[in-house]
Ligand binder design. Structure first.
Ligand code: NAP
Length: 665
């Protein structure tokens, strides 16, 4: 492999001054020292290579031992970290004194060496391009496909986007960049989607913010490694403002239905404003960015509507209900209940948590940790440091975790684990719980009897078990018999009077459209076609629905710990490519071939059958009435990144203006 300059890989010089890969600095030695002391040492080590171009530093200095989920320090010993930090102090000062020249960008061979060191040999050859794109060694991910259609063609191709959450905002940014006119329709009064709807106390992200961010935006502003809901909502709004997306959004307006007119090759999108005004928008393409968590579920428990006091879902939090000194029942101990209960226990008189099934929680000591001033400075200034910190945050959780979620058919622990490495994880997670209590009764209640990772694993720093041991908090795992006008009665006959009832009972992910009626070719209704087994080619396009695109659609939820924002970027790059494919071909519309879609869906379900999410001992909200998990993605993220690079025209039926398509069944 020959040496390549930055220009060879698509950038004239490393993108300077944009805050993504580090801003020049003149700060004092003290500032540098505190940044180094707070830094992730593996990311710091890589940044030292960018500052010097000297790969022999790897011979001189200790390396990360292995990258572990939720550990930013590569399992390095204190002595090894100290050695790297000491050397870094010289390197960073010298870089400053040299006036912060453009950082070194490795050629593929040098990058191979860097990744070998960084991942302790874990990263294989096929990941290089994918990781290089995310590190911003090339522009590939950010610019999307090279467009072949003309700007005039794109300017006459209006698009309607349903939903203004992270995906809808992203769609707006990328459509704007491509010169495609668009309107985003949002039923809430502001942007943010699920991050606007879910504002219960304690709500925070469970994927590190360095990764749970748009890849093209700086990450030096996050106050916490895992930030709380108000900050994430602000971030989404800030990004929207920066890209001037708001003028394109109709807030307080719901899309009630959309119908494809094949003759004119347009979508007629029916909207209704909060005031009741109805309007029809005409678009050449429709992007459905409603996500998988927009339809809250309140289960059909006897007496569900009988409670006389305030009763509401975590996704419809009532700010007007003061919980101070009140007796609260929280039904559900999944991701939302798990965050809510510790956040309210200090002000309430009593919290009773009704848990049907315990959930696995993973040790994460930095879950509530603020990012110190020094660590923030490092993200802002040290060349590529923030990009490598992002890598440390995501690599151990995504494709590197595949072994732990793969079922070994010869492994039998009566459903408690699904393989040797999964069992090892089980024991580590149990040991973590035991560190916070020796109360055997409580441990028995909170220890799942299904394999770890089978459901969404919750991030934990001990707060949950500490909260459950409070005198004013009770974990109840008896079945709920009924809700009465003043409380909750369990099957053992115990009645507990309460003042406020909170449903932390999750979402209907298998019907992501809710009542939204989307009609494709020949009036085919998407909700009918999908039932509770939704499907889409690459989770994006659906046979029978020309110029229709999903973001965070069926078969795209990666449970391990992938950032949904990252997946959305893959989807939007592909959607932009589809629009370009239609226009460049002089066609009116495109939809995936039925056999291509069904083959992809079948393959995804086959992968999922080998994974813990479909293990017989696991019961989860991902499962539909047939027991399959249609919303999940079972493949590797690197493959998804490759497949969504740009559409393959062979996968699509393109319709030219005067040709009418027959609907395939
Ligand atoms: P969830 O994980 O589905 O939890 C719902 C809870 O309600 C579970 O404990 C469930 O018990 C219980 N439940 C449901 N029906 C019940 C019934 N009939 N009787 C008694 N209990 C019942 O929902 P969620 O907590 O809202 O989380 C959903 C997803 O949203 C998560 O998996 C995650 O992807 C996302 N989320 C993320 C965060 C974050 O940290 N960023 C926070 C919240 C949510 P069973 O377990 O027995 O079904």
């Amino acid at each position: 492999m020959g040496s390549r300059s930055a220009a060879d890989i698509g950038i004239a010089s490393p993108p300077a001054g944009n805050g993504l890969i580090g801003l020049a600095f003149e700060d004092s030695d003290d500032v540098i020292r505190s940044a180094i002391d707070e830094a992730s040492v593996p990311a710091l080590l890589m940044s030292m290579i960018h500052m010097t171009g000297d790969l022999t530093l790897f011979e001189e200095l200790p390396h990360p031992f292995m990258l572990i989920a939720m550990d930013l320090q590569g399992a390095m010993s204190e002595a090894d970290k100290k050695t790297v930090r000491e050397r870094a102090f010289d390197v960073v000062r010298s870089y400053r004194d040299r006036g912060c020249p453009p950082p070194f960008v490795p050629n593929p061979e040098q990058m191979r060496v860097m990744l070998d060191v960084m991942s302790a040999g874990q990263v294989t050859e096929e990941y290089l391009d994918y990781i290089a794109a995310d590190l911003r060694f090339s522009d590939a991910d950010q610019c999307g496909p090279v467009l072949r259609s003309s700007p005039e063609q794109r300017s006459e191709f209006p698009v309607v986007v349903v939903g203004c959450g992270e995906a809808g905002i992203l769609a707006g940014i990328k459509l704007k960049h491509a010169g495609v006119p668009f309107t985003i329709v949002e039923r809430q009064s502001g942007a943010g989607g699920t991050w606007r709807a879910n504002r219960y106390p304690g709500c925070r992200v469970d994927i590190a913010n360095q990764y749970y961010s748009y890849s093209f935006e700086p990450t030096d502003h996050w106050s916490h490694y895992y930030s709380e809901q108000p900050e994430i909502l602000k971030y989404l709004n800030d990004v929207m403002t920066k890209h001037d997306i708001a003028p394109h959004v109709l807030f307080n307006t719901a899309v009630v239905g959309a119908k494809w007119d094949d003759e004119s090759a347009t979508w007629r999108v029916g909207t209704r404003s909060a005031g009741g005004a109805e309007e029809t928008l005409t678009a050449r393409a429709l992007i459905c960015a409603v996500g998988q968590f927009s339809n809250a579920v309140i289960p059909d428990i006897q007496g569900v509507n009988r409670f006389g006091g305030p009763s509401f879902h975590t996704a419809n939090w009532r700010d007007d209900v003061d919980l101070t000194d009140k007796r609260i029942a929280v039904i559900g101990a999944g991701a939302s209940g798990f965050q809510l209960v510790p956040a309210i226990a200090d002000i309430t008189a009593r919290v009773e948590v009704y848990q049907r099934t315990p959930q696995w929680m993973a040790p994460n000591v930095s879950y509530h940790e603020a990012i110190g001033a020094g660590a923030k400075w490092a993200i802002r200034h040290l060349p590529y440091y923030g990009r490598w910190l992002r890598f440390v945050s995501w690599w151990p959780l995504t494709d590197a975790a595949v072994e732990r979620v793969t079922i070994d058919p010869d492994w039998d622990t009566g459903g408690k684990s699904c393989s040797a490495s999964n069992h090892e994880l089980r024991e580590a997670l149990i040991a973590w719980m035991q560190a916070f209590t020796d109360d055997e009764e409580l441990l028995a209640k909170v220890t799942p009897d299904y394999p770890p990772m089978g459901k969404r694993t919750l991030q934990d720093n001990g707060t949950w078990l500490k909260t459950l041991q409070r005198d004013d908090v009770e974990l109840i795992n008896d079945r709920i018999a009924e809700i009465t006008c003043d409380g909750v009665t369990t099957a053992d006959g115990v009645h507990r009077p309460i003042d406020v009832l909170v449903w932390a009972t999750g979402f209907d992910v298998n019907h992501q459209l809710g009542p939204l009626n989307i009609q494709g070719l020949g009036g085919l209704e998407l909700n009918t076609a999908w039932g509770d087994s939704p499907y889409a080619y690459l989770g994006i396009t659906v046979p029978g629905f020309p110029n229709f695109f999903c973001m965070y659609g069926p078969g795209t939820n990666a449970v391990n710990g992938t950032s949904i924002i990252y997946n959305s970027e893959c989807q939007m790059r592909y959607i932009t490519g589809c629009i370009d494919m239609v226009l460049a071909a002089g066609a009116a519309s495109a939809m995936p071939r039925a056999e291509v879609c069904s083959d992809y869906d079948r393959r995804n379900q086959e992968w999922l059958k080998t994974m813990v999410y479909t293990h017989p001992a696991v019961v989860s909200y991902y499962q539909n009435s047939a027991g399959t998990v249609p919303t999940l993605y079972g493949g590797r993220i690197v493959d998804y990144w490759k497949w969504t690079n740009r559409p393959n025209p062979d996968d699509y039926k393109l319709r030219y203006a005067d040709v009418s398509l027959e609907l395939e069944h």
